[in-house]
Design a protein around this ligand. Structure first.
Ligand code: HEC
Length: 276
């Protein structure tokens, strides 16, 4: 986050305000409050990928702890085959993230997202080549890595994915396909890889990236609620303003996203304004 310290406070404040404003309005208006600076590239791709990665950390932790963790205590099920008709369950955290990535891919913003590891449950998630090399360093330092991927012509950033909840460790260690059965809390279990074609972005481009990510979370969350709608044998949670911590409830997509935004705008702001 060092590079952000050099940004003038005003630039940063305007970005946050536009982001919050856009979120409040629920869309990307033609003109944003950026004093006609729309066309100027103000953020490096590394800075933007760092911001969206922060949003992802909050979303991922919230989903893992508040939905999957607490939901299980209420008897809710989460499964890798959650999309199958005969499986009445929600997506596992990794598949939630895959859902976000798929949604982004279908949209107009050229942002790539991938969750990999050196000891994956699913072999398709195994890092190869340059990313495998850099992952060794990430494991040692937990610091992000940035590089230009010549073969794909994409700017690439990798961020550590930590075993932040006991559920991560238990489920991975006990999974029949696991490549490693001694994960511990706090381990670097993998990394999220983010890719973008350009080396710098305008305000508008930056906000589009953040909004594409947010739309992705809503899309996959709605797909989960659609699955619940079709449950035949399991009790359906009540969908509204309450969370699984309070009983057999799930938040609506709006309530879920609202919480992500409350936590992450704060996080984004802290990171942007204070540096590391
Ligand atoms: C209930 C089981 C479960 C929980 C909880 C869980 N995972 Fe996973 N995770 C999986 C499965 C299954 C996959 C493989 C999904 C696929 O098919 O891509 C996976 C995939 C991953 C991957 C990609 C590499 C791989 O193993 O295929 C990473 C990294 C990962 N999980 C980290 C985490 C972290 C960190 C947490 C906690 C925040 C977590 N997982 C929670 C089951 C779980």
């Amino acid at each position: 986050m060092k590079s952000l310290e050099k940004k003038p406070l005003l630039t940063v404040t305007v970005l946050i305000l536009s982001y919050l404003l856009l979120n409040a309005c629920g869309g990307v208006p033609e003109e944003t409050a950026t004093n006609g600076k729309d066309e100027e590239n103000v953020f490096s791709v590394a800075e933007v990928l760092e911001m969206v990665s922060k949003e992802n950390d909050v979303t991922r932790t919230l989903y893992t702890k508040a939905i999957v963790g607490k939901g299980k205590l209420q008897g809710m099920k989460f499964d890798e085959d959650w999309r199958k008709d005969d499986v009445e369950a929600g997506p596992l955290p990794a598949l939630f993230l895959r859902g976000v990535a798929t949604s982004i891919q279908k949209g107009p913003v050229p942002l790539g997202l991938y969750l990999g590891s050196d000891f994956p449950i699913n072999n398709a998630n195994k890092f190869e080549g340059k990313q495998a090399e850099l992952f060794e360093e990430i494991k040692a330092t937990q610091e992000p890595k940035f590089f230009y991927d010549e073969s794909q012509e994409l700017h690439t950033a990798m961020f550590a994915d930590l075993a932040s909840a006991q559920a991560c460790v238990t489920c991975h260690n006990e999974h029949p396909q696991t490549a490693k059965a001694d994960w511990k809390l706090g381990d670097v279990m993998g990394a999220t890889t983010w890719q973008y074609p350009k080396d710098s972005l305008t305000y508008k481009g930056t906000i589009e990236v953040l909004n594409a990510y947010a739309k992705g979370t809503v899309d996959i969350y709605m797909a989960y609620l659609d699955e619940i709608e079709a449950f035949k044998n399991s009790e359906k949670p009540i969908i509204g303003t309450k969370w699984p911590a309070e009983g057999n409830y799930l938040p609506t997509p709006e309530v879920f996203l609202d919480s992500v935004r409350k936590i992450s705008s704060h996080e984004t702001m802290k990171a942007l304004v204070a540096g590391k």
